[in-house]
Design a binder for this molecule. Sequence first.
Ligand SMILES: Cc1cc2nc3c(=O)[nH]c(=O)nc-3n(C[C@H](O)[C@H](O)[C@H](O)COP(=O)(O)OP(=O)(O)OC[C@H]3O[C@@H](n4cnc5c(N)ncnc54)[C@H](O)[C@@H]3O)c2cc1C
Length: 384
Amino acid sequence: MDFRPDPALDDFRQTVRVFLGEKLPADLVQQTIAIFSSRDAMRRWQAILNDQGWGAPSWGTAHGGTGWSVEEQLIFEEECTRAGAPTLDGFGHKLLGPVLNHFATPEQWEAHVPHILRGERNWCQGFSEPGSGSDLASLMTRAERRGDSYVINGQKIWTSNAHRADWIFLLARTDPEAKKQAGISFFLIDMATPGITVRPIWSIDGRHHLNEVFFDEVEVPAGNLVGEEGMGWAITKFLLNNEHATTAELPVLKAYLGAMKRLAVTRSVGDAPLVERSDFLTQIARFEAELGAVAVMVQRVAALHGDTGHLAHALGSMLKLRATDLQQRMSLFLVEMLGDEGALASPAEEQGLASEMFFRRASTIYGGSSEVQRGIVAKLMFGL
Ligand SMILES: Cc1cc2nc3c(=O)[nH]c(=O)nc-3n(C[C@H](O)[C@H](O)[C@H](O)COP(=O)(O)OP(=O)(O)OC[C@H]3O[C@@H](n4cnc5c(N)ncnc54)[C@H](O)[C@@H]3O)c2cc1C
């Protein structure tokens, strides 16, 4: 790998900045570090990006994407976060999109991908169940073939954004007799289908983004099965492999550092601004150094994209461990910088920092818990 600065990337960053300056509508600019923008903001911004030809920043040109390198994608995300642009629908873009580009029939691709690019359809991910999270292959939701349809019965949980998603991509068991991974299939389901019930779960961050989703005799056309019956596990491994370089959420870490530097001059202890306290400055410098190390790891993982070997897999896990730990410590420190006002948990108050800190408690759980990541590293790197 070559870590020297590439002038072409500076030009690219400048192009993105100019675009954001010209095309990001003022009323869409977010004042807080947001995990999910409103559905309306997401859709409007996606349509603007698509008009620019940037509707799918992480896909190849063959599928209607930008063809940007991973470095360019990271710069784009960083500049968007810095400018306060709405978030994209990551479930459609980063998780489902590559699956459809790789596994969908031409009919399935036509039926879904243009809607993702134009921002007309939001997705959610129906994998986890009450008894199946880390051990996902034990899932029990059943899909039974009846004529030209599958009938789905079961329950999903922790389904982010299910209450505002138009469609869900879902894992269900088509063959209860087969070895557990072999009996799983991957479906695309319209959330308006009769028999689907969404119940909210309010989380400690004071927000509603999580849900339970119940399926009661939900009839799904057989044409909504992606790949063959029983291929769901292979598709899931492909989908999760695409996640690695982005689990670090580097733009968010950089936004935290920016907020720390701002608060250091605007906040005081007694009469003295925080910036005059050497203990604060030392801590911020430590965070900056750790962030730099995570940024290098992101590049390493990105450079190994598509590599299915042990090292690439273990590095992805190490990156998730390091970056999510840093997210938690940095967001907690931001709250501490606010002093007594840090106790305000509402997303609207104090730039939502307390809410953000509470949300980040979950980052060492979703996308594979830290304990499971450590198990992967121990097994792949040390043969334990
Ligand atoms: C904010 C948030 C958003 C989420 N969004 C989605 C979503 O959109 N769609 C979706 O499908 N799911 C989603 N999830 C679910 C997430 O994927 C699961 O919570 C996660 O996989 C852990 O599963 P679990 O909650 O069932 O915990 P469990 O798997 O029951 O784990 C419980 C504890 O045991 C530990 N543990 C489990 N197995 C091992 C092991 N082999 N070795 C060591 N320790 C182990 C875990 O680390 C954990 O501490 C979300 C979760 C959160 C918190």
